[in-house]
Design a protein around this ligand. Structure first.
Ligand SMILES: *[C@@H]1O[C@H](CO)[C@@H](O)[C@H](O)[C@H]1NC(C)=O
Ligand SMILES: *[C@@H]1O[C@H](CO)[C@@H](O)[C@H](O)[C@H]1NC(C)=O
Ligand SMILES: *[C@@H]1O[C@H](CO)[C@@H](O)[C@H](O)[C@H]1NC(C)=O
Length: 353
């Protein structure tokens, strides 16, 4: 079987049952995904909404990219929250799309925004590299001349609109219940995509004798996903509490307004919004999806969220001592070997009780 090691993590997330069928140690290749049949695969991915399953069946090539995008979002979430009591842990353990945070908290807001942005980012990147049927470079931006600034579109502009539309169709399709949470989730999905769209970059290249720039061509490129992670983290810190307004005749939640403001003020498009206060994530609690902080590494001297005081919620911490050993003072000898000393240091780490 062909090995796609970079995809194996994703595939184990996506196709746990199939991984069980395969003998351990063998890997599942994209070609065998296709060979196994989109029908079987798509029916086995847990947690897909009906419309997502339909998209999976009609675009089996895209489902891999979607999964990679969602995984990229989860990885970024875990990076951004690595020092927090909540470390994105409830996410992505069973399936990329199956589980969600039960509480409509600002943490949930972040996960939705980063996942939706991740899918849009991955699909757009795959389009630019010719990895997906039905899309490619942004054709509207080809050959057009920008009179004012004196350059023309050239190269391969990332088709962010396609990626965003795809993310909208797929990620948003899981919101099937007509409740307040749906409005919150859809808003945050859109906020994540909007932040990505606003961060698209323009890259240019000069042509002409010795860089004289007689002509200049430009194209749009995707930002690094890390940048999106940092921006969404700031949006998380400034997240806005909202409540639903039931405006229609059927009294269904119709739109969101900022809470604690008398007039109807809607949140901004790129605001992250939440409807419920966050739990403190100190103790394990299945009803809120908190795994607690017992066993988490903490920093004894830090006054911040990663400090043992904050991280362990006053329960105290355990000290573990160990000896770190590494090669040091390496010298090159003629000819040709390297001789090193062994250095060691007593180190301590602290974990929450
Ligand atoms: C496109 O496909 C190639 C070959 O399978 C892979 O190496 C690359 O990472 C893919 N790019 C994207 C953005 O998915
Ligand atoms: C998050 O915290 C839990 C326990 O509190 C731990 O088991 C898990 O490894 C952590 N995850 C990451 C990505 O650090
Ligand atoms: C712990 O926190 C202190 C103060 O913020 C910092 O100087 C130190 O580098 C941190 N230690 C580790 C191991 O991260």
């Amino acid at each position: 079987m062909i090995l796609f090691s970079s995809r194996s993590v994703l595939l184990s997330v996506y196709y746990p049952q199939i991984f069980l069928i395969l003998t351990s140690g063998s890997y599942l290749a994209l070609s065998s995904v296709v060979a196994l049949g989109a029908n079987i695969i798509c029916n086995k991915i847990p947690g897909l909404a009906p419309r997502q399953r339909a998209i999976c069946q009609s675009r089996p090539d895209a489902i891999i990219v979607i999964g990679e995008g969602a995984q990229m979002g989860i990885n970024e979430c875990q990076y951004q929250f690595r020092y927090g009591r909540w470390n994105c842990s409830a996410l992505g353990e069973k399936t990329v799309f199956g589980q969600e945070l039960r509480v409509g908290s600002r943490e949930a807001a972040f996960t939705y925004a980063i996942t939706a942005a991740g899918v849009a980012h991955a699909v757009t990147a795959a389009c630019s590299q010719g990895n997906l049927s039905n899309c490619g470079c942004d054709r509207e931006k080809q050959g057009y001349y920008n009179q004012e600034e004196g350059w023309k579109w050239g190269g391969c502009s990332a088709d962010i609109r396609y990626g965003i539309e795809f993310s909208r169709r797929f990620v948003d399709a899981r919101e099937i219940k007509k409740n307040a949470r749906r409005l919150m989730n859809l808003h945050n999905n859109e906020a994540g995509r909007k932040v990505l769209e606003e961060r698209m970059k323009l890259e240019c290249k000069c042509h002409g004798v010795s860089g004289s720039c007689t002509t200049k061509t430009c194209w749009t490129t995707l930002p690094k996903f890390r940048e999106i992670g940092y921006i969404l983290k700031e949006k998380y810190n400034a997240a806005v509490q909202v409540e639903v307004v039931r405006a229609s005749r059927l009294r269904q939640p119709t739109f969101l307004k900022i809470k604690q403001i008398k007039s109807y003020q809607k949140p901004m498009e790129t605001d992250l919004v939440y409807i419920e206060k966050s739990p403190n994530y100190c103790e394990e609690d299945a009803s809120t999806g908190s795994v607690g902080t017992q066993g988490r590494l903490c920093n004894r001297t830090s006054p911040n969220a990663d400090g043992c005081d904050m991280m362990c919620c006053g329960r105290g911490y355990n000290t573990h001592q160990y000896t770190k050993v590494w090669q040091c003072n390496c010298k090159f000898h003629w000819c040709c070997f390297v001789k090193c000393n062994t250095c060691s240091e007593r180190t301590e780490v602290f974990t929450c009780k």
